[in-house]
Design a protein around this ligand. Sequence first.
Ligand code: AOF
Ligand code: ZN
Length: 364
Amino acid sequence: MMTDIDYMRRALELAARGRGRVHPNPMVGAVAVRDGRVVGEGFHPGPGQPHAEVFALKEVAAGTPGVTVYVNLEPCSFVGRTPPCADLLVEKGVTRVVCAMSDPDERVSEKGFARLKGAGIDVIVGVLEAEARALNAAYVKHRTTGLPYVTLKLAQTLDGRIATASGDSKWISSEASRVRAHRLRADADAILIGSGTLKADDPELSVRHVEGESPAKIVLDSRLEISTGAKVFEGAPLWLATSEGVSNRRLQEVEAAGAGVWVIGGGGRPGLLDVLRLAADKGYLHVLIEGGGQVAASALRGNLVDRVAVFVAPKILGEGISSVGDLGIDRISDAVELDLVEVEQIGNDLFYAADVVGATEQQG
Ligand code: AOF
Ligand code: ZN
């Protein structure tokens, strides 16, 4: 006998098929069940496309008795790019709706449940809630704080270096790790780097070694020194975060080459918090920071990082450039504390993912 938990697990599996494709929307999966048989299922494939519930109920005739719908998020109750799912569930005469969590989007939050209950539908909330919140952590953070979920990626030697003292950085981690690193990219909606990394590496910042869409690119470039021949101009949208005072001629040059420009307050460096707010406004739920050490340090200093993803290569450099610049920390008790979530050996490298303790609560 399949239980509510089993069907919800299936809904979560389906939801995850939208990974890397649905922003600014959440990943949602739905399963319709009648007499212990699945009569429909589906997931939300992306903005502008039907919601998960529509696929699950496609083959279900209105008024079919005894249908339960399992969905990992509260069914929506407003007319967005598509009509409200709560109305669809009511029209189809669904008997029972089992959800994992309420929708933090204020256009829906609890109103979807109210619509269903008002129509006499039996509503259950909280099945596999922790799993559902983890799956949509970026969406939840975006809707509750107006900031994107941030993963900080580091690829470093055993002693925490990303380059030698002379600046040589190619290649620290192995080919196998690069495949995993591209999976991190495919899971993100935008990749962010500083102009130092851009100049040193001229990276393309695209997804190549795995299947998946290439995220947008954000480069912090306070003086707009980027060359229009840089590889980041190819492919996915490129945003350059710069400061007031850059010349109009330069602005026009980079715009003509295809970049969007964010001019952010003052003559100094654009603050990372403001850059991330703009990224969230553009609908990027999940930003991957890929270097360098100064950007990593300012993200950590600003308490803007949710997860750290580190590739450690079995190499020791001694003196060199640190993967994280100065954080101004004097005492061990002030260290950035992490909660380990994953360790994996990849060839001779080690991959390590950990959450910053207390990250989301302190932001906003
Ligand atoms: C659901 N089922 O499968 C999804 C939901 O304007 P739209 O159509 O793109 O709607 C986006 C909002 O709808 C999103 O912010 C979230 O509140 C909800 N997403 N809801 O019932 C789904 N993807
Ligand atoms: Zn919906």
